[in-house]
Design a protein around this ligand. Structure first.
Ligand code: PGA
Length: 249
């Protein structure tokens, strides 16, 4: 059975109180389906509230939006993989385009963060994707492969099997523009080939960038997509419950 993953990236929205209210509404509105997992990436301060609110539900999981690569120390403002794990997170985003473009993270930073996440018991969800200028120059696949190689080259097949890759074209994030399902599939095929060529077993590749309840079914009809990573359209619990229920498995 194809198992879809729906990931909600709340970015810098929804604190602990908001999170409790959100997840109460979401759980009331979402009729559990056995063919899908739903992961929430709240801000760090709301991880624990989210973990408590999804307990006893094996299909719901909470992750961090980012972790620093050192496990502990004098790094004011940062959280580490062991700290996120202690709060109940079991996954983390790595290299989201806002980390790369707003905070200046490099491929080398993503490599260290993926390694730190794995060492700390968190499943890394590595985000990759090209800018509009890179796409227009015909460099999409080269950029994505460079980002994969930069973050993952030193990992063996069993380790690669523990992580997820999210393809998010930068020009599609928060803009209302999507890649077509066919364009996305071309990139997904390349990502999957890169991972399986290094021994990954059945890697999961998600698509992200302006996914919403209207376009999700068309995107997921494309078999190369194993799920979606969603920002804006995940912020309203009723809309997110509807989105998660949509989309053929
Ligand atoms: P968006 O964000 O759905 O608001 O475009 C996606 C993301 O940044 O992960």
């Amino acid at each position: 059975m194809r198992r879809l993953l729906f990931a909600a990236n709340w970015k810098m929205h929804l604190g602990p109180d908001d999170t409790r209210g959100y997840l109460k509404t979401f759980r009331a509105r979402y009729n559990r389906r056995e063919d899908r997992d739903i992961w929430f990436f709240p801000p760090a301060v709301a991880i624990e509230a989210a973990v408590l609110a999804v307990r006893e539900r094996t299909d719901l999981l909470v992750g961090a939006q980012d972790v620093y690569w050192e496990p502990k120390g004098a790094f004011t403002g940062a959280i580490s993989a062991p700290l996120a794990f202690q709060a109940g997170a079991r996954a983390t985003l790595v290299g989201h385009s806002e980390r790369r473009h707003v905070f200046g993270e490099t491929d080398e930073d993503t490599r260290r963060k993926v390694a730190a996440a794995l060492a700390g018991g968190l499943a890394p969800m590595l985000c990759v994707g090209e800018t509009l200028a890179e796409r227009d120059a015909g460099h999409t696949l080269a950029v994505v492969v460079r980002q994969l190689a930069g973050a993952l080259s030193s990992l063996d097949g069993p380790t690669l099997s523990r992580l997820i890759v999210a393809y998010e074209p930068v020009w599609a994030i928060g803009t209302g523009r999507n890649a077509t399902p066919r364009d996305a599939a071309t990139v997904h095929r390349e990502i999957r080939a890169w991972l399986t060529g290094r021994g990954a077993d059945a890697p999961r590749v998600l698509y992200g960038g302006s996914v919403n309840a209207k376009n999700v079914a068309e995107l997921l009809a494309e078999r190369e997509l194993d799920g979606v990573l969603v920002g804006g359209a995940s912020l309203d619990p009723e809309g997110w419950a509807q989105l998660v229920q949509t989309g053929a498995a």
